[in-house]
Design a protein around this ligand. Sequence first.
Ligand code: NDP
Ligand code: 8X3
Length: 256
Amino acid sequence: MPAKSRLKNKWVLITGATAGIGKATAFACAGEGANLILTGRRSERLKEISTDILKQYDVEVMTYTFDVRDRDACKSCVESIKKPIDILINNAGLASGKDPIHSADFEDWDKMIDTNVKGLLSMTRFVSERMKSRNSGHIINIGSIAGHESYPGGSVYCGTKHAVDAITKATKMDLHGTDIRVSAVSPGLVETEFSEVRFHGDKDKANEVYQDIQALTAEDVADIILFVITRPPHVNIMDTIVLPTCQSSSTMVSRS
Ligand code: NDP
Ligand code: 8X3
């Protein structure tokens, strides 16, 4: 079977599909004939994206508005989906603040831990139970270069992404012997709403992050995700670290 047609008529659930990598992945999957379950907190965005996808592609789209920090909402969402969830893309996540350990804000820490770790775990818990009963499925966790390295001001964000790395590996082991695949995709700098969110809406600070570099685009990362989910069923990619060419580590970025 040609790689791309492996997605045809599959159901792909993407968390955090209202922006950035999640949104680009939704379009990329729809382009290959996958049906979509799109989630996020901003319902207007979900509506717009769903309308745009349905205009362009002959696929089905369902949307669910909820916060992945709300475990009951995660459960209700998964329980109300009657279609088989073939692929779960745990993408919803954020960095909040970049302050050092001794002066960082507790609320920022809670947001990151509750979203990037506990939200991802809740979705995985509910969806993997269903995948296990069908002995079929693929879970993709969006990690980060920050899950493989640490940098100053990133103690908690890096901690959450290191947790995603550990969770990905342990999930693969928990599902050992089944046909369910578990993968991570770990990007470096991607120009999305990420930095604006990290700096609490400060656009100037956010722009500085991407100044004089060619960062990855959300579409670049969606392309990698598409590659990971379209391998033959016996191929399980555990992780892919993808950096823009101008970046050599979390802290080494060459600006022209
Ligand atoms: P964006 O800010 O552009 O998108 C983040 C998405 O996550 C939005 O759709 C947002 O939706 C959703 N989200 C955030 N918090 C919650 C929540 N509590 N409940 C539900 N949805 C939530 O950032 P990116 O696309 O860049 O980020 C996507 C993932 O990629 C994140 O996990 C991030 O850590 C990771 N990443 C990003 C990199 C980058 O440089 N940009 C690099 C490496 C990894 P809404 O606000 O509508 O809820
Ligand atoms: C996002 C990449 O380097 O800003 O995960 O932490 S970085």
